[in-house]
Design a protein around this ligand. Structure first.
Ligand SMILES: NC(=O)c1ccc[n+]([C@@H]2O[C@H](COP(=O)([O-])OP(=O)(O)OC[C@H]3O[C@@H](n4cnc5c(N)ncnc54)[C@H](O)[C@@H]3O)[C@@H](O)[C@H]2O)c1
Length: 330
């Protein structure tokens, strides 16, 4: 079958995780990277791709040849781009994976289409997108739109769970807190920023903040709109995050735990662990969320559900899945 040809625009944590996931998968993903753009030089990007502080050294070969990044012997044309200049020619590229974190305006999102790409998939929340798609939550919302947002890692973690809870047990309301590892949006040492708490050193404090997932949940699980509140605490951990969800369910029978586990295991993007894991154990898990069985609490009024997600690896795998879905419809 013809592979979906993608370009990666922005070769940072998510861009590199996508290429690593594709290059290390034992199964044919049906997606191939045929172009990479970044502001940084090829040598820097090759080095950061080969030596990763979170995922370890790349388990294969990484070289540079002329303007190509060569991974396991396969050459991928690389462009170090000037952000003021137009994107390179993208004729023949099915989907531009917009992973620079810049595509919040329609003009930036459309640049990929103007360069010739068939469609654009944004690796974050964007009001500029035609649709926000979260697999397991609103799969049917994709009807061939050209600019798609894959929402956020936290939305991918919590929205499929809420969809499942509403469909199986009914949700009258709840609160989601994400205990989130730090990302490149936070400084290593106190640095002035728009958000006061988030301008503090990322690895030194727990930082209470907001989550874009709160409003995105309303968008991708619209029947729960206004019923789920959300918050975030950024913690001094570099990898793997957690969702702590407290919900009031309409129906909860005696076999609730088994019923929940069965429903979770039937959902392709969710997982379940019966073990008392800690965050490092979840590194490189491809699921959008792995529910922790031992953390489930069924109180008299509320149900507490706790799950882990590798915010980089799980989300990057969903980028690949959504790209494949979009490519199949082209
Ligand atoms: N890190 C996560 O856990 C995570 C999870 C889900 C979604 N996201 C989203 O993905 C996006 C990228 O996040 P990240 O963590 O990979 O960030 P990052 O800072 O690691 O990577 C961004 C990359 O884009 C490049 N870049 C910036 N401006 C560019 C431009 N104009 N042209 C080309 N390249 C450019 C940078 O050089 C960098 O390599 C953000 O929108 C973020 O919210 C991140």
């Amino acid at each position: 079958m013809k592979k979906v040809r993608v370009a990666i625009h922005g070769f940072g944590r998510i861009g590199r995780s996508i290429l690593r996931a594709l290059s290390t998968s034992r199964q044919d993903s049906g997606v191939e990277v045929v172009l990479i753009n970044d502001l940084a030089p090829l040598e820097t990007c090759a080095y950061l791709f080969e030596f990763d502080s979170i995922f370890g050294p790349f388990p294969g070969t990484v070289d540079t040849r002329g303007n190509d990044l060569v991974v396991n012997g396969a050459a991928i044309p690389f462009h170090q781009i000037d952000p003021a200049a137009p994107l390179p020619d993208m004729a023949g590229i099915d989907i531009l994976l917009e992973c620079s974190g810049r595509a919040t305006s329609r003009a930036v999102a459309e640049a990929g289409l103007q360069a010739g790409a068939g469609a654009v998939l944004i690796s974050g929340p964007s009001d500029a997108a035609d649709v926000t798609l979260v697999l397991g939550a609103n799969d049917g919302a994709y009807t061939g739109q050209q600019i798609v947002s894959n929402a956020s890692c936290t939305t991918n973690a919590v929205a499929p769970l809420l969809r499942l809870l509403e469909d199986n047990f009914g949700v009258s309301g709840g609160h989601m807190n994400t205990i989130h590892c730090y990302t490149s949006s936070q400084p290593t040492i106190d640095t002035a920023g728009k958000d006061l708490a988030r301008s503090r050193a990322a690895a030194l404090s727990m930082v209470p903040t907001t989550s874009s997932a709160t409003r995105l949940i309303d968008r991708v699980v619209p029947d729960l709109a206004g019923r789920i509140t959300g918050s975030a605490v950024r913690v001094p951990v570099a990898s793997v995050s957690a969702v702590d969800l407290v919900v009031k369910l309409d129906r909860r029978d005696a076999d609730f735990t088994e019923a929940l586990q069965t429903a979770v295991e039937a959902c392709p993007v969710l997982g379940w662990t019966p073990k008392p894991l800690v965050s490092t154990d979840l590194r490189s898990r491809p699921e959008s969320l792995v529910l922790a069985g031992p953390e489930l609490i069924t109180g008299p009024e509320f149900t507490r559900i706790f799950g882990w997600y590798d915010n980089e690896w799980g989300f990057s795998n969903r980028m690949i899945d959504v790209a494949r879905k979009m490519g199949a419809s082209q």
